[in-house]
Design a protein around this ligand. Structure first.
Ligand code: ATP
Length: 313
């Protein structure tokens, strides 16, 4: 049985439709991403899952429970991270955890949690004295203090520097390794790509795709690229005849070959077959950015454009 089932969820704020039609399921033990641009309806969706908002339409089941009817039980078993800090400046780290812990029947060991989250040295520190990353880790600790079966983490790494972001990603993986199912709300593609087993891309209140990161890339057919500088002649026609190659372009001495995930292999065997050596070989994998843009029609460079570029010479 899935841990979370959202079926045709709808939610309006007055006239404003925040969630038009969202359906997805989350399986036990996965890191499931909810990805989308600002205002897409991500937070509203997970707030409905937590029973913090009443849907206008559709059904939600969390651990077989109705988040509105069984709100108290859902709160016990689903840990939610606070999106923005809602703690008083003068509360010490252990005091905050001790208070939140008292709300739950399954209580985590505070010192174990602090060690796990790299906050052991901040045990007695006031909330206001914590760094951004430490505050973020504390909010995750608060989400875990009731030993939840599901953790919902919303915009976990917003405002963190690259190192803080990477540390937090490791942390999310450790949470999953403890057997907790994780729902991760984010608008960072890189984060989703790195962490999520599957993800739902939401745009304007609707799901536009649900898949694994690599499934999404395959689905939109985003190009892989190989760039190199040949040291002798190599004909475009020869490269284009290789399996998986969809385009060849040249900029000065540099050749760019686009194609499917086999493109590197094809380029190397073509060069080898032609007896041509090369320098400066680089491989560019398609990113979830490409898939996102292709699925939502928004953003910067699209997979379609890169394909056209590849054929333009
Ligand atoms: N309490 C509210 N009252 C009125 N409109 C709201 C409310 N909360 C959200 N909205 C609107 O509903 C839409 C969806 O908002 P939501 O916060 O769910 O999106 P989001 O994808 O989480 O965005 P972000 O990434 O910016 O947090 C937005 O247009 C937002 O302005």
């Amino acid at each position: 049985m899935p841990v979370i089932e959202v079926d045709h969820l709808q939610k309006r704020y007055g006239e404003k439709v925040a969630v038009a039609d969202v359906s997805f399921t989350v399986e036990q033990g996965e890191i499931f991403g909810v990805l989308g641009p600002n205002g897409a309806g991500k937070t509203t969706t997970v707030e409905c899952v937590q029973g913090l908002r009443r849907p206008d339409g559709g059904t939600i089941r969390v651990l077989g429970l109705d988040p509105i009817r069984d709100r108290a039980e859902v709160r016990q078993r689903v840990g939610a991270q606070l999106q923005e800090s809602q703690l008083p400046d003068k509360v010490r780290v252990w005091e905050a955890l001790d208070l939140y812990r008292s709300f739950y029947r399954n209580r985590a060991d505070i010192d174990e949690l602090l060690t796990d989250l790299g906050l052991a040295e901040q045990r007695d520190t006031y909330f206001q004295k914590l760094s951004g990353g430490q505050k973020q880790r504390l909010s995750v600790a608060l989400a875990l203090v009731g030993r939840p079966e599901v953790a919902i983490l919303d915009e976990l790494t917003t405002g963190l520097d690259p190192q803080g972001r990477r540390d937090t990603w490791d942390l999310v993986e450790r949470i999953r390794d403890r057997g907790v199912t994780v729902v991760l709300v984010t608008h960072f593609m890189e984060e989703a790509e790195r962490l999520c087993d599957r993800l739902a891309i939401i745009d304007r209140g609707r799901v536009v795709a649900i898949d694994s990161p690599s499934g999404l890339l395959d689905r939109v057919g985003a190009d892989h690229r190989v760039r190199f500088r040949p040291e002798g002649p190599v004909e475009d026609a020869l490269l284009l005849a290789s399996p998986g190659v969809t385009g060849v372009s040249r900029h000065g001495a540099e050749v760019t070959v686009t194609g499917t995930r086999d493109v590197l292999q094809s380029v190397l065997s073509t060069l080898n077959g032609a007896g041509t050596s090369y320098t400066d070989l680089r491989v560019e994998q398609p990113s979830l950015d490409d898939a996102f843009v292709s699925l939502t029609g928004r953003g910067g460079r699209t997979a379609t454009q890169s394909k056209t570029d590849g054929r333009s010479s």
